[in-house]
Design a protein around this ligand. Structure first.
Ligand code: SF4
Ligand code: SF4
Length: 154
């Protein structure tokens, strides 16, 4: 189900433009609001829905399940870390789904620019930047204990 933007809710921040893997979220040059330029090319990944701070992005229900009088509402809720879906069928039946979208608090992940620049000597290490600190493990990387291997196993 491809997305569309309620321009009256959009403030033109551009987060959906930045995150869309199909590059189909664009900012209208006259109204400075986002719109989906090619719904047929939408991956239906809903990254834009999750990224939109204004809850301005919604989805079109496919005609085979939701014609005439249907509605599909999707809402990102930062404080709960969820995306909620409310689907209303044309016979009035409603279905509600709530999906967790993250395991850490919204805004708690620092960008790489916020960390100290690695020492030059770290470039010859096999560890990635800021490992092992950001792996949330005490000490170094886990190592295989040979005593836990089954003898003869390959
Ligand atoms: Fe782009 Fe995914 Fe949003 Fe479609 S659902 S407009 S592909 S970010
Ligand atoms: Fe508009 Fe939401 Fe896109 Fe920002 S993320 S430009 S508010 S639709």
């Amino acid at each position: 189900m491809p997305t569309f933007v309620y321009m009256s809710h959009c403030d033109g921040c551009g987060h959906c433009v930045d995150i869309c893997p199909s590059d189909i979220m664009h900012i209208d040059t006259t109204y400075r609001r986002a719109f989906n330029i090619e719904p047929n090319m939408c991956w239906e990944c809903y990254s834009c829905v999750k990224a939109c701070p204004q809850n301005a992005i919604d989805v079109r229900g496919y005609a085979d399940f939701a014609p005439l009088g249907h509605s599909v509402r999707v809402r990102r809720e930062e404080d709960k870390g969820t995306v909620s879906w409310k689907i209303k069928f044309r016979n009035g039946e409603e279905k509600n789904f709530v999906s967790p979208i993250r395991t850490t608090k919204w805004g708690s992940i620092k960008s790489s620019a916020e960390y100290d620049r690695p020492e030059a000597s770290r470039f010859s290490s096999q560890e990635l930047a800021h490992e092992p600190d950001l792996l949330n493990i005490d000490g170094g990387l886990p190592v295989l204990d040979p005593k836990r291997l089954k003898p003869g196993a390959v």
